[in-house]
Design a binder for this molecule. Structure first.
Ligand code: IPD
Ligand code: CA
Ligand code: CA
Ligand code: CA
Length: 284
């Protein structure tokens, strides 16, 4: 296949190159995990591949940009507070890379072929580059602020669906079950009867890329971290879609409860989640 994107240089090229190398490595390790550990709960998995790939991506970025700051999932101590603290610390920095070395670790561990690498660059607080690479399908999704989004150089665009009744919607079940399970049950009960179908593929980043590419019409999840969604959010926005928190307020890098859509069904999704007390924000 031709180069991954039409005219990318500099930061974007570094992100694409790192994601491609990382993806190749992850794919080659599927079915051969040597060390399976857990983090915050028995469902929160980590392998030597997650850690090794993150190290590799860090090294690749640092080779080009030794002064830039890097926030990677496996470099942060488990738990949302640590992630938020790390984020505040790095917010001061002009250049912040946000890396999820393997998004969809559970899928990777089980050999369910739906996982990816996600790399974003935030410059002076603004999401500027987003790259998501799916090594199974060899799909490289690339977004640059103000320049659109592409999959292998072909522009991506969100779907044109206007009704929930005609929509295929994705969602996710985060590993923090104590918090997320009741919220998700309420959300499912509210959204499922209204839509054509729901998918929960187990990779937040790929679901966002699929909203960008018009393969699903919307996606929501509570309890995400910046590395799950930063790159995907830029992809959705640059593909003409909308991203907010679950109450409809604007997305920023610290938003954890996310709704992304083609824009047309956005308000209906937010209204349903709010009506069902399924935003994750009001529930204690
Ligand atoms: C997870 C995946 C999953 C989502 C979880 C994330 P990880 O990321 O994106 O789909 O439901 O909330 O934590 O741990 O596989 O990188
Ligand atoms: Ca993880
Ligand atoms: Ca993730
Ligand atoms: Ca991960």
């Amino acid at each position: 296949r031709e180069p991954y994107v039409v005219s990318s240089k500099g930061h974007t090229a570094v992100a694409i190159n790192a994601a491609a190398k990382a993806g190749e490595w992850i794919k080659s390790r599927q079915g051969q995990v040597k060390s399976l550990g857990t983090k915050t709960s028995a469902q929160d998995l980590v392998t030597e591949v997650d850690k090794g790939v993150e190290q590799m991506i860090r090294r690749l970025i640092q080779t080009h940009y030794p002064d830039h700051c890097i926030l990677g999932e496996e470099g942060v101590l488990p738990g949302a507070d640590e992630a938020t603290a790390a984020l505040e610390e790095v917010r001061e920095n002009e250049y912040l890379w946000i890396v999820d070395p393997v998004d969809g670790t559970t899928n990777f561990v089980h050999g369910f072929p739906f996982y990816c690498v996600s790399i974003a660059l935030v410059i002076r607080g603004e999401l500027t580059v987003g790259v998501i690479y799916d090594p199974i399908r060899d799909e490289m999704f690339v977004a640059e602020k103000g320049k659109g989004a592409y999959v292998h150089g072909v522009p991506t665009a969100v779907s044109a669906e206007t009704e929930l009744g005609g929509s295929l919607v994705a969602m996710g079940f985060p590993p923090d079950r104590v918090f997320a399970q009741p919220v998700n049950m309420a959300g499912l009960q509210s959204i499922l009867p209204q839509v054509r179908g729901i998918r929960a593929g187990g990779s937040a980043a790929l679901h966002l890329a699929y909203v960008a590419a018009g393969r699903v019409d919307g996606y929501w999840e509570v309890g995400l971290n910046p590395w799950d969604c930063a790159a995907g959010v830029l992809l959705v926005l640059e593909s003409g879609g909308a991203v907010t928190d679950t109450q409809g307020d604007p997305y920023d890098i610290s938003t954890r409860h996310v709704v992304a859509s083609n824009g047309q069904i956005h308000q209906a999704m937010v209204d349903s989640l709010k009506a069902a007390d399924a935003t994750g924000l009001t529930r204690s």
